[in-house]
Design a protein. Structure first.
Lengths: 297, 783, 155
């Protein structure tokens, strides 16, 4: 839009810097949908500059220490929603089990963005192309939503409701992402196709699977930018589960995935291209994960 | 001619402006800040084509806004680039228009204490528009009954009616084209298209204007020619040129985007004159993207060829969608004819060019000025012909290129000169070895998902627009050189450095010509008051034309200095020489073979001052009477993923024939940058418009207008640059240009490499993965 | 009228107390209030990296940061990279030696990214360099000389 001025922020708002989740919830109860939570701001401020949203109250959650942590306990990897991406990258680099999440985190934006943006922010923006979503989906992640009335935990696939739409109520915030612990034999991978080096994906895909020799014991697939929400692929994966995996079986899965998705044409690519490359990307990611599950690097 | 040996020219040195750039201390136009400065914002049209019925400023002015509307600005029609002779200059714009012709055209402006306040005031202005039908396709625009952007424009001093939205036509022919095609064994005809890429210079257009108490104005702005701006502003605002001072300011990239006086400049001046206080106007990225783009092209190309590969005839028909204003379509078409005819020998040729107005952002020069477009078509076509005839593409080029002793008229039919230095063969032969051409196999012999392909392409650019007979384009430079009393030297010129090191080269030429160390020469800050006319730093003319004037000024100042020295040393001035001296860290004047007969440059200047002999100083204006081609050659290897259509450049050889290379590392940097941008033109960059709204589909921001990143380029060791070993007799120290040449053949080379990889010929750039997959799909269906 | 807030932060080692409006962006406060124009606006949407500064030691985009959000932070801009005695960082020297500078508009952001990488990885590979600086756009150089310059600092 020609009226946009990205050098400054035209929007005017009242700004809060609460120190506790409780304070945030109090502010949200008070201002409801007039308020927006701001974390890293790398997406929110762009949308405000572009005049897509104009909240009258901004609540910065980056000073809340109880929202920024990474803990592995009781069968879960728990990540505070305000944890920055560079911390997720550093954690995953040490604990190599969550390979798909590691690859997704490394591909997210660029160094500067990963130093600012948070894991919760990437999910709450609810972009169909959110890089972290497919990786988190294949690990069966859940998110904890908190309001003054209490907490609820929902599966990530139920969190996304549409382009920039989530299951979150105006008085709720996401406080935590929970990823089930991973068995040592699991292999996973994430890849995306972009226009240039640092870019929003045209299409992205994550796979997590387990093997028993040549048999695929379990397989989860998720894709980004192929539908209004990052989506779990729950038909194509069934083709390989419990079967001896070979190239022709994977080819069958490729065909299936192109039918399952519902991509659009936009500035980044075309529906046709996305449909064609979804199959290729799945093939590439699947084999990567397959080899990893087999103990290959 | 024998090559000279040099002490400064050709040395790798740290660029003089490097220290301020690397520490963040360089002051660009957008960094200029003055006391009592106001910030301007421009109200821009949301419609592609509309009459402005009324503008209501009441509410904005209540807030204290300084406002201007079309009613407040001079009515004079101008072209923001006046470097062509007046009778070839098409004038179609005013400071603010009464009718808007593209989305984003400025129609009113405000100035206020802060940018945020100016934005608020803009929102209070109400404009009544009468919407007109808009045209976005050049062929639709030429149909009878299509909505007309202009009733008339001014050409020279004559009112020129505009029909069918045709901004201008140009036809050039030599020989008898029909005869040429009759002589051919084979006629090959193809249509090629290139996109409307955006310059994407990192600094958006910016201007600061300070109105002076005497009625004059002082300007700091992003521009390639300060004198062009001064003359224009004088004309538009009726101010004496002696009261307009335009400063040369370091620029954050241009690539042609500031080849004209940019549209915000006149708006800012009008505001400052009204406000009577300095005003700053820096475009947002969104505004900048609606302000200019590259000339797109549709090229119908026909060649007649004999079985042995001799070209008998060539015909090119070009359509250029210039958008809403005609900035330089007439010279562009002349140049496109020139690029075409000067690439390969054609006894019979014909060129027909048509430029058409549409309701889009106005196109202007972008590195290569029509040459990347022409070379994309011609270099693709040469490969098509070579394959048809079973001739090696490099042999085909060696057989037909225009070289030594032949006539070159790259800058159009009126700018002709004879080629006196040529490294075409050397570059093709050496490039062939470096890329491993002999191992290249045909596409049908390749299998697998990832296929490598090697392509070759060659082109050139002109070094300036000089010629024995002055043509339609003005071209001369002025430089002043003077000696200081400590042995240092000042050089003053209105030339501009776009980043490529033009001023660095000027310093080296001056140091070399005089014989002082480079550390002793500085390029003075320049403005229009203190410098003689320089047409513009464009057309790859900085070193060749600007350098020649600096060399002459240096030579003349040196002559004066030696005269002083001869009085001190009591010898004839003609026998004295100057060489850089390490011990005194300056130039030393000496008489060969005579001990004791020597003195430093500083000592002479100091004695001359004390004795009242004067300053050794000289000012020279000079027009080059040649415009030698700087030839360029690319060999590029790409890897095509046949399943995703993604193309990755993996290796590249880039060579230029720049004559003597003044700044080797910076010249190599030009080649590397040209490669990156050229690959972008081939594979990635274009702008499209929504036909409903007339808006850019990329949203006019860098989120969805992409350029290549570091991660998309081949590794350092896989990029090989080199220079042909030539010497241009008419150039300063034997030098020609580099600048624009660096990009000219890249897109064509990439297209040829893709063909070699997968056997699919793409005739439309950018060649996106989406297009690749679609074509590969068609190909499989056919089999 | 928005409420103004007093913000305290360290810039290039010096403490600053600045009164800002809630919607003031860090890039503009640095440029306009503190006169540190080495930090550039180019895209405004976090795509080009020209506005990169170090916030608490980490590169961040000042065009997407509210000044109120960096209250208490330690910020280093390109002007603060050289040592107090004026001597340059090795990466700055390398940019000069390898002619990794053309128009210079991206240079501040590039230099900061180069130093950030070298701090974490004293001997980065070419691919690691390409990856690290890929969010900082340069239209002039094609990146080759920049990669070369950063690589030369490796030990």
């Amino acid at each position: 839009m020609i009226t946009v001025n990205t050098r400054i922020l035209k929007a005017e708002f009242e700004y809060f810097t609460p120190n506790t989740i409780k304070e945030v919830l109090h502010l949200l109860d008070q201002y409801g949908s007039d308020a927006n939570v701001i974390a890293g701001g790398t997406d929110l401020l762009v949308r405000m500059k572009n005049e897509v949203i104009s909240p009258s109250h901004l609540i910065n959650i980056m000073k809340i220490s109880e929202m920024s942590f990474i803990k592995a306990e009781e069968g879960w990897l728990r990540i505070g929603a305000a944890t920055k991406w560079h911390e997720v990258v550093e954690f995953c680099a040490k604990d190599r089990k969550y390979t798909a999440l590691y690859e997704a985190s490394c591909s997210l934006g660029k160094v500067q963005v990963r130093n600012m943006a948070t894991i919760g922010g990437n999910l709450c923006t609810a972009s169909p192309a959110a890089d972290s979503a497919p990786a988190l989906l294949v690990f069966n992640s859940r998110v904890k939503l908190t309001s003054a009335q209490g907490e609820r935990i929902i599966n990530l696939e139920d969190f996304f409701k549409g382009v920039n739409l989530t299951a979150m109520a105006p008085n709720e915030i996401m406080t935590e992402i929970q990823i089930p612990s991973i068995n040592n034999g699991m292999g996973s991978a994430f890849m995306k196709i972009t226009r240039v080096g640092a870019d929003i994906s045209k299409i992205s895909c994550a796979v997590a699977l387990e093997r028993q020799g040549d048999i695929c014991a379990s397989c989860k697939i998720a894709m980004g930018a192929v539908a209004p929400v990052p989506m779990k692929i729950d038909q194509a994966n069934k083709i390989v589960i419990g079967k001896k995996v070979d190239a022709s079986l994977v080819e069958e899965m490729e065909k299936k995935v192109s039918e399952e998705i519902n991509p659009i044409t936009d500035i980044r690519s075309t529906a046709e291209y996305r449909r064609k490359t979804a199959a290729i990307l799945l093939k590439d990611v699947f084999w990567k994960a397959w080899h990893r599950a087999g103990g290959d690097k | 001619m024998k090559k000279r040996t040099f002490s400064t020219v050709g040395q790798v040195t740290r660029r003089k402006d490097g220290i301020s750039k690397v520490t963040g201390r360089e002051v660009y136009s957008s960094d200029v800040s003055l006391p009592n400065m106001l910030y301007a914002r421009v109200l821009r049209s949301p419609y592609p084509h509309a009459k402005i019925v009324s503008i209501d400023l009441t509410e904005a002015e209540k807030m204290g806004a300084i406002c201007i509307t079309p009613a407040d600005v001079p009515k004079i029609r101008y072209n923001e680039r006046q470097v062509s002779i007046p009778e070839k200059t098409y004038r179609d714009r005013t400071v603010l228009p009464e009718k808007t012709r593209h989305v984003g055209e400025g129609i009113a402006a405000v100035a206020a204490r802060t940018e945020a306040l100016a934005e608020k005031m803009l929102q209070k202005i109400t404009v009544k528009y009468e919407r007109l039908k808009a045209v976005f396709d050049p062929f639709e625009a030429m149909k009878p009954g299509a909505s007309q952007l202009y009733k008339d424009v001014i050409l020279g001093d004559v009112v020129l009616p505009i029909t069918r939205n045709i901004a201008c036509n140009r036809e050039v022919s030599e020989g008898d084209i029909e005869k040429g095609f009759k002589e051919a064994d084979l006629v090959i005809e193809n249509e090629f298209r290139t996109g409307r890429a955006y310059h994407h210079q990192m600094e958006t257009k910016a201007v600061v204007c300070r109105p002076e108490p005497d009625g004059g104005i002082t300007i700091w702005s992003t521009m390639q020619s300060i004198h062009n701006a001064r003359q224009l502003l004088g004309r538009i605002f009726n101010i004496s040129l002696s009261k307009i001072n335009v400063h040369r300011v370091p620029i954050g990239g241009t690539f042609g985007s500031s080849i004209q006086m940019n549209s915000p400049v006149a708006i800012c001046v009008a505001l400052a004159l009204k406000a009577r206080t300095p005003v700053k106007l820096v475009l947002t990225r969104e505004e900048d993207m609606y302000d200019h783009c590259k000339y797109p092209s549709i090229i119908k190309l026909k060649h007649g060829i004999k079985r042995d590969g001799t070209i008998t005839a060539g015909e090119m028909k070009v359509f250029v969608d210039i958008g809403a204003h005609n900035i330089q379509a007439y010279p562009l078409l002349g140049c496109m004819a020139g690029w075409f005819v000067s690439l390969y020998r054609m006894p019979h040729m014909r060129f027909e060019g048509t430029s058409v107005y549409t309701n889009k952002a106005p196109a202007c020069a972008m590195q290569g000025f029509g040459n990347p477009q022409v070379s994309f078509a011609v270099e693709s076509q040469i490969d098509i012909i070579a394959e048809e005839l079973g001739i090696d593409p490099i042999e085909m080029r060696l057989k037909n290129y225009v070289g030594l002793g032949e006539t070159f008229w790259g800058q159009g039919p009126t700018v002709r000169s004879v080629i006196r230095s040529c490294g075409v063969e050397e570059m093709l032969i050496k490039g062939k070895e470096l890329i491993g051409w002999d191992k290249r196999v045909k596409p049908e012999e390749k299998t697998g998902r990832f296929r490598l392909g090697i392509g070759v392409g060659r082109s050139f650019h002109t070094s300036g627009t000089g010629a024995p007979v002055p043509g339609e384009v003005m071209d001369y430079s002025t430089a002043m050189v003077k000696f200081n009393e400590d042995g240092s030297v000042d050089c003053l010129t209105a030339l501009m450095c776009h980043g490529g090191g033009t001023l660095e080269a000027i310093a080296k030429i001056v140091a070399e010509e005089i014989g002082v160390p480079l550390t002793k020469v500085e390029i003075s800050p320049a403005d229009t008051r203190s410098t003689g006319y320089d047409v513009c730093t464009h057309a790859t003319r900085g070193v060749y034309c600007g350098g020649a004037s600096a060399q002459r000024a240096a030579n003349e100042a040196k002559r004066k200095l030696l005269k002083f020295a001869s009085r001190i040393l009591e010898v004839n001035p003609e026998v004295l020489k100057i060489r850089p001296d390490e011990e005194s860290d300056q130039g030393i004047i000496f008489l060969e073979g005579a001990k004791g007969k020597s003195i430093t440059v500083g000592e002479v200047a100091r004695i001359a001052q004390i004795k009242g002999w004067g300053t050794a100083i000289s000012v020279e204006s000079h027009r080059q009477v040649n415009c030698p081609p700087c030839f360029v050659t690319n060999l590029i290897e790409v890897e095509v993923d046949t399943e995703t259509g993604q193309i990755k450049p993996v290796r590249a050889v880039a060579a230029v024939d720049a004559g003597t290379v003044i700044n080797p590392d910076l010249a190599a940097g030009q080649l590397e940058g040209g490669l990156c941008r050229g690959i972008g033109l081939a594979l990635l960059e274009d702008t499209e418009y929504n036909p409903e709204t007339g808006e850019l589909t990329c949203g006019a921001n860098l989120t969805d207008y992409k350029i290549y990143t570091s991660a998309d380029m081949p590794l350092v060791d896989d990029i090989h640059t080199f220079f042909a070993s030539t010497y241009e007799p008419s150039g300063p120290m034997g030098a020609k240009g580099v600048g624009e040449a660096a990009i000219n053949c890249t897109a064509g080379t990439v297209a040829n490499a893709i063909y070699n990889a997968i056997g699919v010929r793409f005739k439309e750039a950018p060649i996106t993965p989406e297009k690749v997959l679609a074509k590969l799909g068609e190909k499989t269906k056919k089999h | 009228m928005m409420k103004r807030k007093m913000v305290n932060f360290k810039v290039n080692g010096e403490l600053h107390e600045v009164l800002v409006e809630s919607n003031a962006l860090l890039v503009n406060v640095l440029r306009e209030e503190l006169g540190l124009t080495g930090t550039k606006y180019s895209c405004g949407t976090g795509q080009c990296g020209s506005c990169t500064v170090l916030v608490n030691g980490k590169p961040a985009l000042s065009c997407l940061m509210l000044a109120v959000a960096v209250d208490g932070a330690d910020i280093v801009t390109i002007e603060g990279l050289a040592k107090p005695d004026g001597s340059l960082e090795p990466v700055q020297e390398a940019f000069l030696d390898h002619s990794a500078i053309q128009c210079g508009f991206c240079t501040p952001g590039m230099v900061i990214m180069g130093r950030d990488l070298l701090n974490k990885n004293s001997n980065p590979s070419e691919s690691e360099i390409q990856e690290h600086i890929k969010g900082t756009l340069c239209r002039c150089t094609g990146y080759t000389s920049i990669v070369r310059a950063i690589k030369s600092c490796g030990k």
